[in-house]
Structures are given as structure tokens and as C-alpha cells.
Design a protein around this ligand. Structure first.
Ligand SMILES: C[S@@+](CC[C@H](N)C(=O)[O-])C[C@H]1O[C@@H](n2cnc3c(N)ncnc32)[C@H](O)[C@@H]1O
Length: 271
């Protein structure tokens, strides 16, 4: 394994690989001989957790570093194992949308701009990506985004109360193309069950991918979650708030498909 790569993250879920066009350059091939997560000494049996991402070394630009310094204290929320008070965090009461894995934050900043009435809690582990989103926040004077630089699965487990979310965005999650890595994919039954439980009735989950086998898996997993109902017959039309990113445009030019899925939590009494 490349010494510059370090596996982190947690929980039984999923994520990356080379593909028709990986939306983030986060893709890296994990090595199954990697040292165990947590504090277990190398070579000692350890209950293996499945990593949903690979934390890559990446260059943080001067502009991103400055954004961290200037805006980090206001917009980056430390991970803590305590339920967060979103009203206090954003300084207002508004619908709350969780985004998992925003990459460099291009879509995130756009969506937060076209939906000023909503609050966006956005998780990403890739430091240059966090710096890039902070930079955009500064450039656009945005106030409705907060960032948690931590594994979203842990954020979900410890910081978000049941029925606290109005929406969830998971755009182009790492597809983990190789069969032996499919288990790292984010969109799997346990995570979707947790997300569904944290949605308010009527709240939505919006996923998008450019990898057809993953799209099929998403459709199957989301369709099998009893708390959720599909808003479309199969795949959904692309909601107008989701922009075409640079990455996606490149893929479309190369003839790749993109699939959106939008499911809603069923109203109470229909669980
Ligand atoms: C393929 S990129 C897509 C980025 C972005 N959504 C886009 O459309 O360009 C997936 C991103 O998800 C992040 N990621 C994967 N698993 C994560 C997790 N459990 N918590 C937070 N971020 C995660 C990765 O670091 C990576 O930046």
C-alpha cells in the first residue's frame, strides 16, 4: 500500500475506485493487508470494521489553508459523540439536510446558494475538500453550510437524533468497482436503515451515481427499506437543484450515464 495512504473511517458500510470517471480524485485502492483500524497492535486479531473510504494524502492549497484559518472556527463543527443542536449551530431554525461525501464541494455550494431557506450539514473526510468548500463559502458569503470533517457514519450514529433530518444528499459516492471491494460501498441496507430513521416523515434521500451497477444496488437497497417510498418509477429525473458538476459534464461528454434516485420517508402510521 502506498505509504501516503492511511485507512480510516468506520462501520459496516462501503466506498471508491477507478471508473468511467471518478467524481472525486479520492479514489485509491485499499490494501487488505492494511493495519487494523483503532488501536489494535499490528498482527493482533481485531474485529475488522469495513472502511467506507480511503483517506488520501492530498495537497491543501494556500487558499484552502487560509480558508481553514479564517472560516474553520465558524463553519467546521468538531465531531463529538453528542447529539447536535442544529438551531444553535446555524443560529436559526430551518429544514436540515445532511450531505455525505461532498468531495470538493462544488455541488454543495451551488445547492446551498439556490436553497437559502435550508441548512446544510456536510460531512467529508478529505482535508483539501473541506478547505475547498470553506473557500467557496468565503467567496460566496454563504451562511447556511456547516462542515463536519469526520466519517459521516459516526456522525449519523452519534450526532443526529431520530427524525431530525429533512433531507439527505449522497452524490457520486465512491463506487468501489471491484467485486471484492463492493462491501465498502456506502449505500447498503444498514446505513439506509439508519438514515431513514433519522429522516422526518416526508423527508427525502437523494442519491446520484454514474456507475450503473451501483445505481442498480441503490435502487434495490432503497426500495427494500420499509420506511422509504420511491418518488419515481425506478430512477428519478434529476432534481433541478442538483447542478451538473465539472466531473459529471466530462462523464456525460464521454457518453457515461447518470442515475438519480429520490426516496421519501413514509408518513407516520404507514411504517
Ligand atoms: C467519489 S467522491 C464524490 C464527491 C462529490 N459528492 C461529487 O459529486 O463530486 C466521494 C467522497 O465521499 C467521501 N466519503 C466517503 N465515505 C465517507 C464517509 N463515510 N464520511 C464522509 N465522507 C465520505 C470521500 O472522501 C469522497 O470525497
Amino acid at each position: 500500500m502506498d505509504a501516503s495512504l492511511q485507512l480510516i473511517s468506520v462501520t459496516a458500510t462501503h466506498s471508491t475506485a477507478p471508473a468511467p470517471a471518478a467524481p472525486c480524485s479520492n479514489a485509491a485502492t485499499p490494501d487488505d493487508r492494511s493495519p487494523p483500524a483503532g488501536n489494535a497492535p499490528v498482527g493482533v486479531a481485531y474485529p475488522k470494521t469495513i472502511k467506507s473510504f480511503v483517506l488520501r494524502a492530498g495537497r491543501t492549497t494556500t487558499g484552502q489553508a487560509k480558508a481553514f484559518e479564517d472560516l474553520g472556527p465558524r463553519f467546521v463543527v468538531p465531531y463529538t459523540a453528542a447529539v447536535l443542536d442544529a438551531t444553535a449551530l446555524f443560529g436559526r431554525s430551518a429544514p436540515l439536510v445532511l450531505e455525505i461525501g461532498f468531495g470538493m464541494g462544488e455541488a454543495t455550494a451551488h445547492i446551498a446558494r439556490v436553497r437559502p431557506e435550508d441548512n446544510f450539514l456536510c460531512c467529508e473526510v478529505h482535508e483539501p475538500g473541506v478547505g475547498a468548500l470553506l473557500k467557496r463559502i468565503g467567496e460566496q458569503g454563504q451562511t447556511n453550510i456547516r462542515i463536519v470533517q469526520h466519517d459521516a457514519v459516526e456522525v449519523l450514529d452519534h450526532m443526529l437524533a431520530p427524525a431530525s433530518l429533512d433531507g439527505v444528499h449522497i452524490f457520486f459516492p465512491d463506487p468501489w468497482h471491484k467485486k471484492k471491494h463492493n462491501k465498502r460501498r456506502l449505500i447498503q441496507q444498514p446505513l439506509i436503515a439508519k438514515l431513514a430513521a433519522r429522516l422526518k416523515p416526508g423527508g427525502y434521500i437523494h442519491c446520484a451515481t454514474d456507475w450503473q451497477p451501483y445505481a442498480e444496488q441503490m435502487l434495490q437497497v432503497l426500495g427494500a427499506e420499509p420506511l422509504l417510498a420511491n418518488t419515481a418509477e425506478g430512477y428519478a429525473p434529476q432534481p433541478e437543484y442538483r447542478p451538473l458538476t465539472k466531473f459529471e459534464n466530462r462523464g456525460l461528454r464521454l457518453g457515461h450515464g447518470v442515475w438519480d434516485l429520490v426516496f421519501r420517508r413514509r408518513p407516520l402510521g404507514t411504517d
